[in-house]
Design a protein around this ligand. Structure first.
Ligand code: MTE
Length: 326
């Protein structure tokens, strides 16, 4: 975002995407997709390895996931974003300050992985990934995904509602907020180039109010496009909070803590007047340096097309969440 000196948001999609496609050997990439399962029809597949490891394969090591499509969240009027774009056009500042971090992100060690659930709860527990996917039924949901930089995608996620984990944890009456911590190891997550990693408020922390976490829309994703999450998208487990700007969706979560006070979060700590804790998608509230009234919808196909569309209040999910903010 701003301090990392990415190009101005109104330049972002076309320019970045052009350079993405030039950088990226698209033909070779598309070849890796042949035979892989993409899109909604990929649900209810049995687990088996598909993508083969390769330095030129952003989908390296992914596994098919079995999940039931949630009929409330299927593809709507906006088409699903091309998978190759969603897995090569990323923000993951632990691995660099550009959108082209997917190669660097392959250094993220995801096996074994544990998620500590702790704080003001009756049932603290450390889950490994198998525990999580065995304990909570996996479903597939298609959600609009709106970045604060004014680009957007539509992504078919696989995972489970945060509410399920909340119920298992049983917060005490004192718990009012939840702090989500991303993986951080300075020898691996070297940070955006040109900046001293040490001067940034690592690890990446995000937070929600408890009632936001309890909303049916708040989701933990362990997969996308029918398979496990690519590392660059936040493997093996990330937050998806579709009515908020994308930076509220912390990646590669290792700790979930129930606490009494609002947590200090990464972007809000860095630039509090630009990135609020709440950060719901609000077309009428401009970012201090650009309008949020419209967004550049990226995709859907491998042609990296871009369409200018109006931004919707709560990213179009007002029916689900507006009552949280009365
Ligand atoms: N989580 C971590 N740990 N580090 C990050 O830099 N970037 C955020 C969010 N989660 C980020 C993160 C931002 S700014 C966005 S827009 C989304 O991840 C991007 O998710 P994507 O790369 O899967 O599109």
């Amino acid at each position: 975002m701003a301090f990392i000196r990415i190009p101005k948001p109104w330049h972002l999609p076309e320019n970045r995407i052009t350079s993405e496609s030039a950088y990226f050997n698209r033909r070779r990439f598309l070849k890796t997709l042949t035979g892989a399962s993409i899109g909604l029809s990929a649900t209810a597949l049995t687990g088996c390895q598909t993508a083969q490891g390769s330095d030129d394969n952003p989908l390296v090591g992914l596994v098919n996931l079995s999940a039931t499509a949630n009929p409330d969240f299927v593809e709507g009027d906006r088409p699903i974003t091309g998978r190759e774009l969603a897995s090569t056009y990323n923000n993951f500042y632990e691995f660099g300050g550009t959108k082209n971090i997917w190669r660097a992100a392959q250094n993220l060690p995801t096996d074994p992985w544990t998620v500590e659930v702790s704080g003001l709860i009756k049932n603290p527990k450390t889950y490994d990934l198998d525990d999580l996917t065995r304990t909570f039924d996996l479903e597939e949901r298609v959600h609009r995904f709106r970045c604060v930089e004014a680009w957007s995608m539509v992504v078919p996620w696989i995972g489970f509602p945060m509410r399920k984990l909340l119920e298992a944890a049983e917060p005490t009456a004192e718990a009012k907020f939840v702090r989500f911590t991303s993986y951080y190891d300075e020898s691996i997550t070297t940070g955006p180039g040109g900046f001293r990693t040490q001067s940034l408020p690592w690890p990446y922390i995000e937070g929600l109010r408890i009632d936001e976490m309890a909303n049916d829309l708040a989701f933990f994703a362990v997969g996308m496009y029918g398979q496990t999450l690519p590392k660059q998208n936040g493997a093996p487990i990330r937050m998806v909070v579709p009515w908020k700007y994308g930076f509220k969706g912390g990646k590669s979560i290792v700790k979930i803590e129930f606490i009494a006070e609002q947590p200090a979060t990464y972007w809000n700590t860095l630039i509090p007047n630009e990135y609020k804790f709440e950060s719901n998608v609000e077309p009428d509230v401009p970012h201090p340096r650009w309008s949020q009234a419209q967004e550049k919808l990226l995709g859907p196909g491998p042609d990296f097309s871009v369409e200018l569309v109006p931004t919707l209040p709560y990213n179009g999910y007002g029916d689900h969440v507006a009552q949280l903010y009365i």
